[in-house]
Write a protein of this length. Structure first.
Length: 449
C-alpha cells in the first residue's frame, strides 16, 4: 500500500511544485524591472509641465502650480535647475539636493531610487534643462522585491505547505485501500471475521463500495466454510454409529462363519479401521477449524515428547524396513496442549515413514533459537514438486493419488498438523532437501524452562 501512497503523494507534490514554480516564473517575467530601453520616466509629464509654467509665468506661477500638485499628490514636488537651485522659492532639504545631483542629463530615465525621493531630468520649451523631484512612500515589500535568500525561503515554505496538503490528500485517498489490504490478508490467513465496513466509515466513493463488496464476499465465504465444517462434523458423527454396528456385526460373523471367511473378515476389519481413522481425523480437523478444540495450556518439555513419539514410530518403521532417529534434541519447553502437539508431530513423522525410501532413516531434530523452537522432520524419499510445497497442508490434497493411497494416507494428517501448530502461535513450512527428500519444519514460541 505504501507504494500507491508514495506514488499519489509524489505525483501530487510534483504537480503542485511545477504549478508554483511556473506561477513564480511567469510573474517574475511579467513584473521584473524593464531594461533601460523599455522603461519610461513616470515624472516626465509633470516635470515638463512644471518647466513650461516656470518659463511662462515665472517663480510665482511655478509656486502656485507646485502647490496644486502637492495638494493632489499628497507628497511634495520640486523643480530645480541644473545647479541644484529650487526655482519656486522654497527651501529644500539636503536630501532633495542629493537626489537631484544624481540625475544624469541627456537620458529620459530617473536614477535608481535612494532614500525616499525620486528625481528625473526634464527639458522646458526653451531647451533649458531642469530637475523634477518628488517624494514617494516606501513600496510595500513584495515577493519579487525580496532578496534571493528571502525569495528562496518563501518558495520553500510554499512547497512544504503544498507537500503537507498533498500528504493529507494521499492519506485520505489510500486509507481505505490500506484497510482493505489488511482485511484481505486476515481473510487469507484464515480469519473469516475480517471486515472493513466499520473502519471505512461513512465515505461515499468507489473504494468504499469496493470495501462493502469485500464484506459481502467475506460473509458469503464465512457462511459457506462454516456450513462445510458443520456438514463434515455432522456426517462424521453420523458415520460413527453405523461403523460401531458394523464392527459388532463383524464380530458375530467371525464366530458364525469360522475360519473359512477369515481373510474376508480381516479385510473388512482393516477397511473399517481406516474408515474409523478417517472419521476421527475429520472430527479433529473440524474442531480445529471451528475453534471448538479446547487448548490446555501447560509447560511441555518437547525433548521428552519427541523421544516418546520417535520410539513409537520406530516400532512401526521397523516393520517397513525403515528407521526413525532423533538426531538432536535441545532442552526446550512450550506452553500448549500436549495431546494436540503430539498428534501434530506424530502425523509428520508417520507421513515421513510412509514416503522415505526403504533402508533409510527418518531424522528428527529439535533446536532452540529463541524466541522460537524449531522441529525438523526429514525423510529420504523422492520429495515433492516445488509447486506442491505450499499445497501439502490443504485438506485431502495429494501430490500423487495412486502413491498416497497405496501408502495408506488420507490427506488430512498434515492439515491437522498445520491447524494445531497455528493454534499454538506457530507455523509450518515444507521444503525439499538439496540431496533428496522432504523436510517439514515446525516453529513454536519458546518459554523459559
Amino acid at each position: 500500500m505504501q507504494t500507491l501512497f508514495f506514488k499519489i503523494f509524489g505525483w501530487f507534490w510534483a504537480a503542485m511544485a511545477f504549478i508554483i514554480l511556473s506561477v513564480f516564473l511567469v510573474t517574475w517575467l511579467t513584473l521584473r524591472p524593464r531594461t533601460r530601453g523599455e522603461r519610461r520616466n513616470p515624472f516626465a509629464v509633470f516635470g515638463i509641465e512644471a518647466a513650461r509654467v516656470y518659463e511662462r509665468e515665472g517663480q510665482a506661477g511655478l509656486a502656485a502650480h507646485l502647490a496644486f500638485l502637492d495638494q493632489h499628490f499628497t507628497y511634495p514636488t520640486f523643480l530645480l535647475d541644473d545647479q541644484g537651485n529650487e526655482l519656486s522659492g522654497r527651501t529644500v532639504a539636503a536630501e532633495i539636493k542629493a537626489a537631484a545631483s544624481r540625475v544624469e542629463h541627456g537620458t529620459a530615465l530617473p536614477p535608481p531610487r535612494e532614500g525616499r525621493f525620486f528625481a528625473a531630468p526634464v527639458q522646458g520649451p526653451s531647451g533649458r534643462r531642469y530637475i523634477f523631484v518628488t517624494e514617494q512612500p516606501e513600496p510595500p515589500p513584495g515577493w519579487f522585491s525580496a532578496t534571493p535568500r528571502g525569495l528562496a525561503a518563501q518558495i520553500l515554505v510554499i512547497l512544504l505547505s503544498a507537500g503537507l496538503g498533498c500528504y493529507l490528500l494521499a492519506r485520505y485517498l489510500t486509507a481505505p485501500i490500506v484497510q482493505l489490504r489488511d482485511a484481505t490478508r486476515k481473510l487469507a490467513a484464515g480469519d473469516l471475521t475480517a471486515r472493513v465496513g466499520a473502519s471505512i466509515g461513512e465515505r461515499r466513493d468507489e473504494v468504499t463500495e469496493l470495501g462493502r463488496d469485500f464484506d459481502r464476499m467475506a460473509e458469503r465465504i464465512e457462511s459457506l466454510l462454516n456450513g462445510q465444517q458443520r456438514l463434515l462434523g455432522d456426517i462424521s458423527h453420523e458415520l460413527r454409529s453405523p461403523l460401531t454396528r458394523l464392527n459388532l456385526a463383524l464380530g458375530v460373523a467371525r464366530r458364525r462363519a469360522g475360519d473359512g471367511a477369515a481373510k474376508a473378515h480381516d479385510r473388512i476389519e482393516r477397511e473399517a479401521e481406516r474408515l474409523n481413522e478417517l472419521i476421527g481425523q475429520l472430527l479433529t480437523l473440524t474442531e480445529l477449524e471451528s475453534g471448538e478444540q479446547a487448548i490446555k495450556r501447560e509447560p511441555i518439555h518437547l525433548a521428552d515428547l519427541i523421544a516418546t513419539i520417535a520410539a513409537d514410530a520406530e516400532f512401526e518403521a521397523h516393520n517397513l524396513n525403515r528407521a526413525v532417529q532423533v538426531a538432536a534434541a535441545a532442552d526446550c519447553a512450550v506452553n500448549g496442549d500436549e495431546w494436540l502437539l503430539r498428534s501434530a508431530i506424530e502425523n509428520i513423522v508417520r507421513n515421513a515413514i510412509r514416503h522415505t525410501a526403504e533402508g533409510t532413516t527418518v531424522e528428527i531434530t529439535l533446536s532452540c533459537q529463541r524466541p522460537a523452537i524449531i522441529i525438523r522432520v526429514r525423510d529420504h524419499g523422492s520429495g515433492v514438486p516445488a509447486e506442491a510445497l505450499t499445497q501439502l497442508f490443504r485438506p485431502f490434497y495429494r501430490v500423487d493419488d495412486a502413491r498416497d493411497r497405496q501408502a495408506g494416507g488420507t490427506g488430512l494428517g498434515l492439515s491437522i498438523t498445520e491447524r494445531a501448530i497455528k493454534l499454538h502461535g506457530g507455523s509450518v513450512q515444507a521444503s525439499n532437501a538439496s540431496d533428496g527428500g522432504l523436510i517439514i519444519e515446525l516453529r513454536l514460541p519458546a518459554v523459559e524452562t
